[in-house]
Design a protein around this ligand. Structure first.
Ligand code: 13P
Length: 282
């Protein structure tokens, strides 16, 4: 899989009125569950390691796992490095077979954001790797930090300037947050539509967990081509583990615990694929 193929897939999704879902994994068991669910739904997907996971497992191992899985899967699967604040980690991911990386320099001033994104684009393009960057900020207390008030909102002119540096997709701060929402998320659909009208670069919605399906559909109708989902996967995994460990009692065998947990993760993945309209699109 290459960034070119991902570009084609995103263009197809854009024309077809659906979005590609990018699921965050933490280890091999949710990684496999996500791919199995996509195969059962006949959906193209992205599977993403955030920098904490990529560093904990090691970029070499994550990369090798991704390369093998992309080759083996019966549907298009694209391995992605999510939210790297660090140019060097993006370059390492490129070197280890990731067809897609995200450089998140959104905490910096626009000029620095563009400079860092450009450096990743230049390195990645030689290997046909897709580059996502971010404008505005994703709210909440994810690994990005805590943003309150109105300072998260992406400006249209900043989005256009960043998009012009050669990136392939753009994450936009429009009110979504990482983690669970307190109350209903307030998404600025108007700003999303303005950014979409001002640039041809595919747009990415972060903070999928907890956004109602009708808002997801509205975001897709207003220009979102990729939706990121993490927390609900981690929680299905960890809460499922707790339930199975309690059920099985002392000294359980790993695979006896994991098998039913995988089914719980798969159910969540399938719901998201359907919410984004990507089922049957492989
Ligand atoms: P959630 O954890 O809120 O689903 O967000 C995931 C995400 O945006 C990863 O980049």
């Amino acid at each position: 899989m290459t960034g070119d193929k991902l570009h084609e897939l995103i263009q197809k999704a854009d024309k077809g009125g659906y979005a590609i879902v990018s699921f965050n994994y933490s280890d091999i068991w949710d990684f496999l569950s996500i791919i199995e669910a996509a195969e059962e739904e006949r959906a193209p997907i992205m599977i993403a390691s955030n920098p904490l996971v990529a560093r904990a497992i090691g970029i070499e191992l994550c990369g090798a796992l991704g390369v093998a899985a992309m080759k083996k899967a019966s549907v298009p699967v694209f391995h992605h490095l999510d939210h790297s604040f660090d140019v060097e980690l993006c370059k390492a991911a490129v070197d280890h077979g990731y067809p897609s990386v995200m450089i998140d320099a959104s905490k910096h001033e626009l000029e620095k954001n563009i400079e860092m994104s450009k450096e990743v684009v230049e390195y990645a393009k030689a290997k046909k790797v897709h580059v996502e960057a971010e404008i505005g900020k994703i709210k909440g207390k994810g690994i990005e930090g805590d943003f309150a008030g109105g300072d998260f909102l992406a400006s249209v002119s900043d989005a256009v300037e960043l998009a012009a540096c050669g990136i392939d997709s753009l994450a936009v701060g429009i009110g979504t947050a990482h983690g669970f929402y307190q109350g209903k998320p307030e998404i600025n659909f108007e700003r999303l539509a303005q950014i979409n009208a001002a640039t041809d670069t595919p747009l990415v919605l972060h903070g999928g967990t907890g956004i109602p399906v009708e808002d997801i559909k509205r975001a897709i109708a207003n220009g979102i081509n990729k939706v990121n989902v993490g927390t609900t996967i981690h929680c299905a995994y960890m809460n499922g583990m707790r339930e199975e460990l309690v059920r099985l009692g002392e000294n359980p065998y790993t695979l006896d615990v994991v098998k039913p947990v995988k089914e719980k993760i798969k159910a969540v993945v399938k719901r998201w694929i359907r919410a984004c309209g990507a089922n049957g699109k492989a």
